[in-house]
Design a protein around this ligand. Structure first.
Ligand SMILES: [Zn+2]
Length: 327
């Protein structure tokens, strides 16, 4: 079994080297979109495999590997965010790992193993443990039963309780080198890998998710409006952009403003490299105070994304301010 992605090779080798005496509590930490979840899963399978390969990795063909891949291994427990049905009948992802889930995991590790090997609990995203569930888990993390391995995965390890963090051996996974990530994306059939990678802030898996999601077209539509502030009519534009999800709009605009600021402050375009020429021109024209004010407002908007009160009015106000920067 290889590392799930080429840029994870050294972390993977480090884990394999510890297979004889694995950390009982392991934290895989790093930015989103670098494959930590799959790495954690490969590690769990490797620990559970009953006829590992010479390098220690899972064979992929023993009964344990089959059960693992089918999601039915009796000595493996996944603790993650669950889908919930609201009163209105909508399905939503929970925002926290609940205490009942943590208690279930605690009970699980206190039972004897089915296969006389390891018992593995994978917690992902570990930073969504709330105080109660973190405290419930802490009890077993402090003194893990024999042959028990906890693997925690987190994009935001600082949000974990310090007592949990300090119990874990930590493997940090950074963004892959840009060239390696772009090569990988090209091999996945992604055109324009370099630009897309920049847009995704260096995360190859986020870049891959952009492709075919429809978001790229929405982004282009938004940027084509933003690159021509003089021809923009805030009222009709606001009406048109109302249909774009606030999350997508925010993400696109936030990076656009970041690039304008970078140009203004004599830096280079970081995210929207396919619009470099337009950004260079606009960046020079933009009023710095206005740009800073708008960027600040945009950052604040990021915290209230789920509740736009009157979306088209909000967009219009924003657009008027944006256009004003270039007067
Ligand atoms: Zn196996």
């Amino acid at each position: 079994m290889n590392a799930p992605y080429p840029w994870l090779e050294s972390s993977w080798q480090r884990l394999l080297a510890s297979r004889a005496r694995p950390a009982q509590a392991l934290l895989l930490a790093g930015p989103r979109g670098v494959g930590k979840g799959l790495l954690a899963q490969a590690w769990a399978q490797t620990l559970l495999c009953e006829s590992p390969q010479p390098d220690g990795s899972a064979c992929g063909s023993c009964p344990a590997c089959h059960w693992f891949e089918a999601g039915t291994h009796p000595d493996f427990q996944r603790v993650t965010l669950l889908e919930k049905t609201t009163k209105e009948g909508e399905t939503r992802m929970a925002t926290a790992i609940e205490v009942d889930q943590a208690r279930e995991a605690v009970e699980f590790v206190r039972m004897s193993t089915y296969r006389a090997g390891y018992r593995v609990v994978l917690v992902n995203p570990a930073d969504t443990l709330n105080i109660a569930s973190a405290n419930a888990l802490l009890k077993v993390l402090e003194e893990p039963p024999l042959n028990t391995v906890f693997v925690l995965v987190s994009d935001q390890p600082r949000r974990l309780l310090p007592t949990i963090r300090s119990r874990c051996a930590r493997v940090d996974i950074g963004l892959p080198p840009a060239e390696q990530a772009a090569q990988w994306l090209s091999r996945q059939g992604v055109d324009d890998a370099v630009n897309l990678l920049a847009l995704a802030g260096g995360s190859p898996l986020d870049a891959q998710r952009w492709v075919g999601s429809g978001e790229l077209d929405e982004r282009r539509g938004i940027l084509e409006g933003l690159m021509r502030p003089d021809q923009m009519d805030p009222v009709s534009q606001g009406e048109r952009w109302k249909a774009v999800s606030p999350q997508t709009w925010h993400k696109v605009v936030y990076k656009w403003l970041g690039d304008l600021l970078a140009v203004k402050l004599q830096g280079g375009v970081r995210f929207n490299r396919d619009f470099s020429d337009e950004l260079e021109q606009l960046g020079k024209r933009a009023d710095l105070a206005g740009l800073l004010a708008l960027a600040k407002m945009q950052a604040a908007e990021g915290r209230t994304l789920a509740h736009p009160l009157n979306r088209s009015l909000q967009l219009q106000a924003w657009l008027i301010q944006y256009r004003h920067m270039f007067d």
